[in-house]
Design a protein around this ligand. Structure first.
Ligand code: NAD
Length: 331
């Protein structure tokens, strides 16, 4: 059995080597992403393991099957950058890593909220200029906030536990109610109720056509003045121009974005002095009350180890049995 692994970073290599030693399976590694130009490198292999923000193009998928590979295992959870209809049509078996460390994303989200509440970006800028006065950056306390959690799956539940640990009031919205959170009486019935009550809104739902731009001008108009918005889910959940307008009008008091609509133009690249051709990014990045991080919420040692090990196990299972526990349904 032979597997080809694309988009490999140095921090993944020790976990991959460990897995190879334990499983006695040859895994060929490349730091290149999986594209129609690079897919031919996998000719002769039984399966591909990949991870990237870049879309997996339909032509790449087609080429993959032409060279006889039908087993594709992603090292992340999201499958919004791959055309599942094409996957089904070509007979490709696709797996993901549904859970690798919800704590990593939840902890990062709370960290960003604390930074916004304590205005650390402004303080850092002042301190760099040797201005060590406190005022006027008076801060807010997390225990005084009403945090509206949208999406109470793996990450949302972790975030709720942490917010509650800080003494914040938590309210939640989800299409499906978790029995324990239901027992605690956290759920509101509508998003409008959540928008009306929350002083902080945090997104932990997947991107679907129905959730794209769910935070738009209409939603923002219903929110509490000064609300803080946190997004470590998917960039396209927020209409960035509407977010900018909301910040300009003071309806939104701050935002932490670990994901952005067009993040692929900027994130995970060293752009140095290059001009960034992404007006919404430039606008948001320049603001004192907006924190942008390059899709790093997941990036911890625990998460990376799990992403490597589970994706390799998935690919092995596909090759050996033709199916896998973490097979993505393409129905
Ligand atoms: P999950 O599947 O465990 O939970 C998602 C929750 O959203 C579920 O409870 C589901 O019922 C709910 N939901 C789905 N559609 C909804 C809708 N229209 N309205 C209300 N609720 C809805 O997923 P998770 O592991 O908690 O991950 C959440 C999201 O976080 C992922 O989809 C992914 O986009 C994102 N994510 C980001 C990073 C990062 O590094 N920033 C890492 C992993 C995941």
């Amino acid at each position: 059995m032979k597997m080809m692994m694309y988009g490999v970073r140095d921090d993944e290599r020790p976990f991959i080597e460990q897995w190879q030693e334990q499983n006695h399976i040859d895994v060929q590694l490349t730091d290149q992403l999986l594209t129609e130009e690079t897919v031919d490198q996998a000719r002769g292999y039984d399966g591909i393991v990949a991870f990237q923000q870049l879309s997996y193009s339909n032509r790449m998928l087609q080429r993959m099957t032409e060279i006889g590979i039908y087993n594709l295992s992603l090292r992340n959870v999201g499958v919004d950058n791959i055309d599942l209809k094409q996957v089904a049509k070509l007979g490709i078996k696709l797996t993901n890593v549904p859970v690798y460390s919800p704590e990593a994303i939840a902890e990062f989200t709370v960290t960003q909220l604390m930074q916004l509440l304590r205005r650390t970006k402004e303080y850092t800028q002042k301190f760099e200029k040797h201005d060590f006065r406190w005022a006027p950056q008076i801060s807010k306390e997390l225990n005084q906030q009403t945090v509206g959690v949208i999406g109470t799956g793996h990450i949302g539940q972790c975030a709720i536990r942490i917010f509650q640990g800080f003494g914040a009031k938590v309210i939640a919205y989800d299409k499906f109610h978790n029995p324990e959170l239901e027992r605690q009486g956290l759920y509101v019935d509508t998003l409008d109720e959540l928008y009306c009550q929350a002083t902080v809104i945090t997104l932990h739902i997947p991107l679907f056509p129905s959730t794209q731009h769910m935070i738009d001008a209409t939603a923002i108009a219903k929110m509490n003045p000064g609300v803080i918005i946190l997004n470590a889910a998917r960039g396209q959940l927020i209409d960035e121009q509407a977010l900018i307008d909301g910040l300009d009008r003071g309806i939104i008091g701050g935002a932490a974005l670990d994901v952005m609509e067009d993040e692929i133009k900027v994130f995970n690249r060293n752009l140095g002095d290059q001009k960034i051709d992404y007006p919404e990014f430039n606008n948001l990045f320049s603001r004192d009350n907006v924190l942008i991080s390059p899709h790093t919420a997941f990036y911890t040692d625990v998460a990376v180890r799990n992403m490597v090990e589970v994706s390799l196990n998935n690919n092995r299972q596909l090759i050996e049995t033709g199916t896998a526990d973490n097979l993505i349904s393409t129905d």
